[in-house]
Structures are given as C-alpha cells and as structure tokens.
Write a protein that binds this ligand. Structure first.
Ligand SMILES: *Cc1c(COP(=O)(O)O)cnc(C)c1O
Length: 392
C-alpha cells in the first residue's frame, strides 16, 4: 500500500476539534469511580424514547418495551454514539489529531467512529478484518460504503486476526508510525470502544434511563453484547444506583468467559467496588447469556433471518441480522423456555442500532422469496368503467 498518503488532517480548513469539548458533570453515584472524564462531546441527539414493543409470540404474561438507542442519530445511529461522546472527547483533550480503531469490514463501531471523527475534525484510521486483502475487491456496501464515502484510512487485516494478539499491537504500531511521519498524536480505540473511558457512555445512558423512570417500571434490561462495553456500563450503573433491575447481556461475538474477563478488567481500571469494598465482579452483576450467536458472528440461520423480516413487518421497528435480530430471536426463545431467568415480566430491550448492516445483501434472498408474507407484490389493477374520467 502507498505510504506517501497524507496521514493526518491538514492544518487549513475543516472543523476545529477543541471547539467541541464540553465540561462533563458526573452523577453523584459515579463519583466513587476513577478515571471520570473531564470532557464529553455531544453526538447523541436528545433523549431516545422508550415505547411498548408488540413483538410477535411474546408469552402473554410478559410485556416488552424498547429503548430506542437506534435513534441516537442517523449516520451515527446506535449505541456506539454514546461511548464515542467520551472517547473522542478524551482524544481531543489529549491533543490527538487522529483516531484509530478496529473491527470487521461491516463494523458499526468503525463506521460510527469514522463519521464522528470527521465531524469533529479528527482523521479516522480503521484496521479492518477483511475476507479480501486487495483493496480493489473490498465491497462498497452498507457500513463500508460510508467508511469509504467519508474517506477513512483503511488497513486490511486477515479475517482471522485476533484482537489481543494481532490487532492491538498493530494499532500501537500505527500510533508510532503517525507520530514519526507527521509528528502528531493518534488515539487508539480498542474493540468496540469498550474501555474505561467508553464505559461512561452507558453509565450516562443509565442515568438517562433513570430520568425516564425505568427503575420503577421494569424488572429486566436486555442488551446485545458484542464487545461488552454497553452491558458493562448499564450493569455497573444499575449496581451503583441500587436500582435492582436484572441486566442481561446477549452475546453475539466471543463468549461469556471472554466478556466477563474484559468487563472485570475495566471495572478494576475504574476501581469499581462492591459494598464490602472489594473490586466488583462482572459475574455478580450482569447475566451474560451464551448461545445467542447461532452459526457464528457473521452467520445467521434462515430462521433468524425470517424473524428479522417478521419483526420488521409486524412492528415497523427495524432490527438487523448480526446484532439485534439474534438477540430478539433468543429473547423470544428464553421467554418461552426459561422464563425463570428473568427477574420479573417487564422487560426493557435496548435497541443498539445496526441499521446499515442490513444493506450488505445478506437479507436479499430472504426478501425475494416469492409467495412469502413479506413479498407483497400485487398485480396492477385495470381501471373500472365507473372510475372518474379526469380528462387530463
Ligand atoms: C456494537 C454493537 C452492539 C454491541 O455493543 P457492545 O457495547 O460492543 O457490547 C450491539 N448492537 C449493535 C447494533 C452494535 O453495533
């Protein structure tokens, strides 16, 4: 790949990052934590609504509501916008002019980071796990389309690259390279932004839920878990505020062992303590659920794809095959087969977004199946003699 390309923002036109920094005021219950951010940037649009969700085949004694974090924005839609408010503020506060992150080629996190970076005047770099190594063969659909549209720097890594052993060291290497070539600082953001700083996204998210009265109205929270930062924030906030909801993380990448360890490392970093003064254990405050993935992170069964179509058709709420679709599929199964896993019967599902993931073609065949309920083509109607003649 060419190395002569400009790696950081030019000093002339474009947004000025420091203009976007806002003072951050933590809630009282957060103040016992370490690494409380000084600044945030505003990326989330307003307070996202909570509404009843009439999912098909919910057992009669359960009631499902949905927190519309798919509406945090348009191009920045989804849960990543909340974490990026703190991560990118940290980057700017540290004087960085570039951000580096990683993910799969259709990663929502990469897309959200790249777009937010551009809006704030930061140069985005993406380390992408890709099935192809030739840039000419990289797709131009869905999230990758947007990455390319906003001119993110893209580095293709083998699809099998491991986050800890392959990707993290390469991000550090890129930080060095940018420093050497441009003299400027780059800010690395690991997997899904699930760091001690990113954690504040869903501590703040829970604060919003409390303001919406969630603690009194619901018994359980269900969120899709990919890199676990969102679940980690909700569970910690739930604990620190004494809210007593049961927080469930439905795992769609890696497994519960990986995520408990990841979350415990983050809790240790912010020095989160339980009521005995011991470091809080993820295992004690969040129910991480395996068995949601199905055939693999990027693979959906036909049954799962059919459910995505059915939920979109019946409720008008758009879910995606990789994240929320798998969670809803599993939620419906658990409500029926293991209702005792839930603390009560009022469940709040956090819609984490992922809309653009639908545009990568994986649902196309499912939608095209003729004769299905979704494929609603009708024959053209001949006008009857009684139709008014408008003499146009
Ligand atoms: C990233 C993502 C998740 C997972 O959130 P984590 O905080 O990484 O666990 C869930 N849903 C969607 C649509 C996502 O993009």
């Amino acid at each position: 790949m060419e190395t002569t390309k400009r790696l950081t923002a030019s000093s002339c036109d474009g947004p000025v990052p420091s203009d976007f920094l806002l003072q951050y005021n933590p809630a009282d219950w957060m103040k016992q934590l370490q690494l409380i951010p000084k600044y945030r940037v505003k990326l989330v649009h307003g307070v996202t609504p909570i509404q009843r969700w009439y999912l098909p085949n919910v057992p009669a004694n359960f009631e499902i509501h949905i927190k519309r974090d798919d509406l945090t924005g348009c191009e920045l839609s989804g849960n990543k916008a909340r974490k990026l408010e703190f991560l990118l503020a940290d980057a700017i506060n540290q004087g960085c002019t570039s951000v580096i992150t990683c993910g799969s080629s259709q990663s929502n996190h990469c897309r959200a980071t790249a777009i937010a970076a551009r809006q704030l005047g930061l140069e985005p770099h993406l380390l992408v796990r890709s099935p192809v190594s030739d840039p000419n063969e990289v797709v131009c659909t869905a999230n990758m389309f947007l990455n390319r549209l906003i001119g993110a720097h893209i580095y293709l890594l083998p699809k099998t690259s491991h986050i800890i052993t392959d990707i993290t060291p390469r991000m550090d290497q890129l930080v060095q390279k940018i420093k050497e070539e441009t003299g400027e600082k780059a800010y690395p953001i690991t997997l899904g932004g699930s760091t001690a700083v990113g954690l504040y996204g869903y501590l703040e998210g829970f604060r919003e839920l409390l303001d919406q009265g969630v603690a009194d109205q619901f018994t359980d929270i269900v969120i899709t878990c990919g890199s676990s930062g969102s679940a980690a924030g909700l569970a910690l906030a739930n604990y620190l505020t004494g809210s007593r909801l049961k927080v469930h993380g439905f795992i769609v990448a890696y497994d519960s062992k990986f995520h408990h360890k990841w979350i415990n490392d983050v809790y240790k970093e912010v020095d989160a303590k339980d009521s005995n003064g011991e470091v809080l254990q993820s295992e004690d405050i969040v129910n991480l659920v395996d068995g949601v993935i199905g055939g693999g992170h990027h693979h959906s069964t036909q049954e799962q794809l059919d459910l995505v179509g059915e939920v979109c058709t019946k409720t008008g709420i758009i879910i995606d095959p990789v994240y929320t679709g798998k969670s809803v599929f599993h939620l419906l199964r658990l409500l029926k087969e293991q209702p005792q896993l839930f603390k009560g019967n009022k469940v709040l599902f956090i819609h984490t977004g992922g809309l653009f993931g639908l545009f990568d073609g994986r649902m196309d065949e499912t939608l095209k199946q003729m004769g299905t309920e979704r494929n609603q083509f009708h024959e053209w109607m001949e006008l009857s003699d009684q139709a008014p003649n408008l003499n146009l």
